[in-house]
Unconditional design. Structure first.
Length: 164
């Protein structure tokens, strides 16, 4: 029978002990994509969304999301993040469904005994949710996709790169 690392001898959830693991530099990059109407993207680009500068607020929200990850994901260890960076790529050309997109890329870094994949993915997801919140008055049909880990390095499991 397989041993589950996040269950104690009574079968109840537990946080894994990472105390004996070596501290290494760890880096993870994740993304999330927001799909929105062309006029919504245009309003974001021209700074005419009533709530303010959408991408500036989403950038700060993404950093805050990374910092709050262990408060949101039950088995995540609180870690000392050494850096979090959020960037945006806007696609103004509508897809087959007539939607434009903003892809958020979040990179988190630490030196410690456990990785930062969840922090990077939380940062990207929170930035996406913030874009929705900032723009929902003009586009309630926005949606999200491609929330995923792009790459990670450091630790015992080594390097991971999402296939293209």
């Amino acid at each position: 029978m397989a041993e589950f690392t996040h269950f104690n001898e009574s079968g109840r959830a537990r946080m894994v002990d990472v105390g004996a693991k070596a501290s290494t530099e760890r880096l993870a990059t994740a993304q999330a994509t927001v799909f929105l109407q062309p006029d919504t993207l245009e309003k974001i680009q021209h700074g005419t969304i009533a709530k303010g500068d959408v991408l500036a607020v989403a950038q700060v929200a993404g950093v805050m999301g990374a910092k709050k990850t262990p408060d949101l994901i039950p088995m995540c260890h609180p870690i000392l993040l050494t850096s979090v960076d959020i960037s945006f790529k806007e696609v103004s050309q509508p897809d087959r469904e007539g939607r434009c997109s903003i892809t958020i890329t979040a990179t988190a870094k630490t030196t410690g005994p456990t990785g930062v994949e969840m922090e990077a993915m939380t940062a990207a997801a929170v930035a996406a949710l913030t874009i929705y919140d900032m723009c929902k008055a003009v586009d309630r049909g926005m949606s999200f996709g491609d929330i995923c880990l792009l790459s990670k390095s450091g630790g015992k499991s080594g390097h991971y790169m999402r296939p293209a």
